[in-house]
Design a protein around this ligand. Structure first.
Ligand code: PEP
Ligand code: MN
Length: 412
């Protein structure tokens, strides 16, 4: 029956995305394992609650009005190494340091949002990767397949979604316990709230759909896999499956905004994802590249504002500034990262918007993946501790430096 409805008038349901083209398909095997994994996820308890999601939306609305900033950061791709109290402790310490910088230098509350407890799936620019002259299926993140360069490891395995759920549950358990023990972020202790808000790219919709639940009190559909799902640069088509999926959730939702975005397209996207024009419902994450942002972003900020939305604008200074070092490692230079955050502040302000914060790929571990900054990592240092499962992350010191420079630019 729904098939005869005009496409955009059919009522939303967690499975509505299936009638739209979905980019980045995982390529699951055509046997019973996918259905079994989905059924088992549907029987699992939600990881986050409708109340938490509603609280985050109120806090993001404050940010949209200029009464706070968001610091969103974490791994490009989380691994299936089980979260530990020590590792989570280090992550929280870094969040504490950078949110303190915001609070002390700007006298504004900072929302701490992790790319954590579900950031397991990766979009790829090519479905295959050439290794020793042979094409292999690309690594799509541990939610889908495994990293070693052989055909068996790269086979998509639906049961990975259950493993991902278990890892996310363990991480959230530790984040809730850390908050109960008084660690250490403003507004997050007690009440069973986790010490960080969680976020990830909602890429594998076979994982997200069974974790979407109707909440009778909220009278709304809630995605319980994470507080803040976002859609990536490669899957954000206004008529595509991923945007359709996010549109019906009561969670705040994010969307990456790259250099190919046009004012017409972003207005359509914002209209679909934020039809009620609710401040803080929509988090727009600009990832233009340092040399393009000032020419592209202002008109987009302007167009979204003129259409009546009050989104949170974040700057992702990582994904438009990826380069290959002479030794072959993918890297990012601190010069470009900082330059993009500064140009972001100028661009958003010039268009009459409010800079809402940063979106970083970052780790508290002592890695050598990005170059430059006051810690002085150079290209020849990259092999020493290049540990990422996907894109290069800022280490703790580079993260603090980036946040400090951003905050100082805001003070100007
Ligand atoms: C990411 O955030 O890891 C990512 C893949 O970003 P984008 O979709 O902006 O390329
Ligand atoms: Mn990335």
């Amino acid at each position: 029956m729904t098939g005869s409805w005009p496409r955009d008038r059919a009522p939303w349901h967690p499975a509505s995305w299936r009638r739209r083209p979905a980019g980045q398909p995982p390529g699951w095997p055509q046997d019973d394992r996918l259905r079994q994994a989905r059924d088992q996820l549907a029987a699992r308890p939600g990881l986050v609650t409708a109340q938490e999601v509603a609280t985050l939306r109120r806090r993001l609305a404050d940010v949209a009005w200029g009464r706070g900033l968001v610091i969103q950061m974490g791994d490009c791709a989380e691994t299936f190494a089980p979260a530990t109290p020590t590792g989570i402790g280090r992550t929280l310490e870094l969040f504490r340091d950078v949110t303190r910088t915001v609070e002390e230098r700007l006298a504004l509350p900072a929302l701490a949002v992790g790319r954590i407890a579900g950031q397991f799936a990766k979009p790829r620019s090519s479905p295959t990767e050439e290794i020793d002259g042979l094409p292999l299926p690309a690594f799509r993140g541990f939610l889908v397949n495994d990293m070693p360069p052989d055909a068996i490891a790269r086979r998509p395995e639906p049961r990975r979604m259950l493993w991902g759920y278990e890892h996310a549950a363990r991480t959230l358990f530790l984040l809730r316990r850390a908050a109960d023990e008084g660690l250490p972020l403003r507004g997050h202790w007690g009440d069973g709230l986790p010490a960080l808000w969680t976020s990830h790219e909602a890429l594998v919709l076979d994982y997200e759909e069974p974790l979407t639940r109707w909440d009778a009190d909220a009278d709304a559909w809630v995605l319980t896999s994470t507080h803040l799902p976002w859609t990536g640069e490669r899957t954000r088509h206004p008529d595509g499956a991923h945007v359709r999926f996010l549109a019906g959730l009561s969670n705040p939702v994010g969307c990456k905004v790259g250099p190919a975005m046009t004012p017409g397209e972003i207005v359509r996207l914002a209209g679909t994802l934020d039809p009620g024009r609710d401040p803080g419902r929509l988090v727009l994450i600009s990832r233009m590249g340092a040399d393009r942002i000032e020419e592209r972003l202002p008109q987009l900020v302007e167009a979204v504002r003129a259409a009546g939305h009050a989104p949170v604008w974040l700057c992702d200074p990582m994904h438009g500034n990826t380069v290959r070092a002479a030794g072959g490692h993918k890297t990012r230079r601190m010069g470009a990262v900082v330059a993009e955050t500064e140009a972001f502040v100028r661009s958003v302000c010039r268009a009459g918007g409010r800079p809402g914060g940063l979106h970083l790929e970052s780790t508290a571990e002592d890695v050598t993946e990005c170059v430059g900054g006051r810690c002085g990592i150079s290209e020849k240092d990259l092999p020493r501790a290049y540990l990422t499962a996907c894109d290069p992350r800022l280490n703790a010191d580079q993260t603090k430096e980036t946040v400090e420079r951003f905050v100082d630019q805001l003070k100007r």
